[in-house]
Design a protein around this ligand. Structure first.
Ligand code: ATP
Length: 291
């Protein structure tokens, strides 16, 4: 089923326009919503999850009018918010059985089957008898996924799930998402470019409540072919180039020199720059700069 968003706008009481006439269509698979802090990602996610109302616009999931038929839509939705509250001192197994009962799975053997399955998918089966309140950040995030999978959602929304995870936990988490993304529509927001790179077959960049780029990560990179230049410079040179050129990123290397990546439609070869293969970070920074 397709998610179709049209003309979505939201201005908060403090006059911040968090969503600005946004149009978006998302089909099956893993969709990455990439944007800096304050871009409006959570506002969009909360609006789709029917937790807040937009000022204008419509959202359809298949034939369901999301803003009008909230109860029907929520049965198909799994939502993992950016922060969720504190968990009680209960094991993952007991908590999932409890949630499953709340969701109406009253048959014991059926419930056991569902709970065991979501524990397997999220790689928590081994630690199912440990208290969730004692889980690491990554395990808690995976538990969040386990509990949203209980009612077999058709649309899954995860809002910045990898923020604050260490690299190993981040990878474990991304692997779980990859698994569930093969059979579902998953919208995944993040400010980490590599998350999208590793995971998403389609992506969009959000800034100031507007969508800047909608593409597959690879096609977005190809569009910058020939336009990205790299040079290793001193700190002083970097300051000068910063005045003259469109620097996308500057990274110190081990010799305390700086690799600058520049976007330029004109050749910078005579300046000693080397043309490099565009990456998704370039795509992201070019889109934000042009905005
Ligand atoms: N309830 C609210 N009341 C007023 N302003 C808000 C509210 N929620 C968000 N905002 C503002 O709206 C803008 C978009 O915020 P939002 O949380 O949607 O962005 P985000 O992309 O999720 O950012 P982050 O990565 O920091 O979570 C920001 O300027 C934020 O300060």
């Amino acid at each position: 089923m397709k998610l179709v968003i049209k003309n979505l706008s939201k201005t908060y009481k403090n006059s911040v326009r968090a969503l600005d006439n946004l149009d978006l269509e998302i089909g099956a698979g893993m969709f990455g919503l990439l944007g800096p802090n304050g871009a409006g990602k959570s506002s969009l996610m909360r609006t789709i999850a029917t937790l807040q109302k937009p000022d204008t616009g419509s959202i359809y999931f298949g034939d369901i009018n999301v803003l009008e038929q909230q109860n029907e839509f929520r049965k198909l939705l799994g939502y993992l918010p950016q922060d969720f509250g504190v968990y009680p001192n209960m094991s993952a197994l007991d908590l999932l059985h409890y949630f499953a009962r709340l969701k109406g799975v009253s048959n014991t053997s059926q419930r056991k089957e569902i709970v065991d399955k979501v524990l397997e998918v999220t790689n928590l089966f081994e630690v199912r008898n440990k208290s969730v309140s004692g889980y690491s950040g990554g395990m808690k995030q995976r538990f969040g996924i386990a509990q949203l999978l209980l009612n077999d959602p058709k649309l899954i929304i995860v809002d910045e799930p990898t923020a604050g995870l260490d690299p190993a936990e981040r990878h474990r988490f991304l692997n779980v998402l990859r698994e569930i993304g093969t059979n579902n529509t998953v919208i995944f927001s993040t400010h980490i470019v590599d998350d999208v790179n590793e995971l998403c077959h389609e992506m969009s960049i959000l800034n100031g409540g507007r969508l800047l780029e909608r593409n597959t990560p690879r096609v977005a990179e190809q569009k910058l072919e020939g336009l990205i230049w790299n040079k290793e410079v001193s700190r002083e040179e970097a300051i000068v180039y910063n005045e003259q050129l469109n620097i996308l990123s500057s990274k110190y290397n081990q010799d305390n020199r700086i690799n600058i990546r520049v976007y330029s439609t004109e050749s910078l070869q005579t300046e000693g720059f080397v043309q490099v293969k565009p990456n998704l970070e370039d795509v992201y920074f070019v889109a934000l700069k042009k905005d």
